[in-house]
Ligand binder design. Sequence first.
Ligand SMILES: [Zn+2]
Length: 87
Amino acid sequence: MCPHTPPCPDASGLDREAARTIICHPEQGWSLLCNGIVVFEDTGELLPDGEPIAPHRPTDLISQPVLAARRQESPDESSHSSSAPAA
Ligand SMILES: [Zn+2]
């Protein structure tokens, strides 16, 4: 089913969500991965054999204001360390 090289994770693998999205319907709240899994926006899944997977990510936490108000404490450190490793 997967046309990609190297092939995406199989629907039975723990990393199955890493497969690429081939059909996306955000207005309907679901996407189809190339390994046959349907992923819903609440992180629930439907496997190719019809087995449902309950939502397993706390997506509600993303919308909490505490995360939006949090700032990066040291922006200088990230830009400095990414350029050259200390030898
Ligand atoms: Zn694929």
